[in-house]
Write a protein that binds this ligand. Sequence first.
Ligand code: FFO
Ligand code: ATP
Length: 189
Amino acid sequence: MKADQRAAALARRDALSEHYRAEASSNAAALAEPLLARLAPSVVSGYWPIRSEADPRPLLAAARLVGAAIALPFLADAITMRFRQFEHDARLVPAGFGTYGPPETAAEVVPDLLIVPLAAFDRALNRIGYGKGHFDRAIARLIEAGRRPVLLGLAFAVQEVEKIAAEPHDIPLDFLVTERELMAAPPHA
Ligand SMILES: Nc1nc2c(c(=O)[nH]1)N(C=O)[C@@H](CNc1ccc(C(=O)N[C@@H](CCC(=O)O)C(=O)O)cc1)CN2
Ligand SMILES: Nc1ncnc2c1ncn2[C@@H]1O[C@H](COP(=O)(O)OP(=O)(O)OP(=O)(O)O)[C@@H](O)[C@H]1O
């Protein structure tokens, strides 16, 4: 069941040392660098890490180097996640649910590549988030507007599970990177 898979994977993530998490986060960025260079996205959204999450900042630095503007999510209301431009070294403010994001004065932007946090993933690149549906809803809204972003999941290898029972609203990732490997979704038939 989804809630059990989420709790177990988060417990495995919490058990990693801070040192391991830092090294793994930069290894993941190194593995994803060629992908970023190939896709050359205009606006990349990351997230500001909380608790034991994989740190997307090395990946964001790589995205900056290939010319992308950087954005971070904020909660416009309890269910609506949108994105604001993150200027280098800008001050961050509480952005909902214990997260941090750019202040109201930062420009709202539409990312064409999303770095997606997750609790658990499987080899089909399905993911389980924190159970609020913020990413699923935001991605669905972008697709409806004809602005489907490339979805790049970022996680530690220990967050893998055998199989996630995906629901109709779950949107699979296009790519997923861990400290061990970069995975790509199978091409559509
Ligand atoms: N760093 C970071 N920023 C992010 C997210 C994220 O997952 N990580 N989000 C992703 O949507 C959005 C914010 N949504 C969030 C939703 C819930 C929780 C949270 O802490 N949930 C509790 C309860 C989860 C549960 O009951 O399973 C928790 O994880 O302890 C955090 C952020 C946007 N920003
Ligand atoms: N596109 C959508 N439109 C409306 N409701 C949605 C949509 N996507 C998800 N939801 C709702 O959000 C709630 C949480 O969904 P789910 O458990 O799949 O979240 P999650 O994948 O863990 O979270 P997230 O996407 O934030 O990482 C569910 O009640 C689900 O019905």
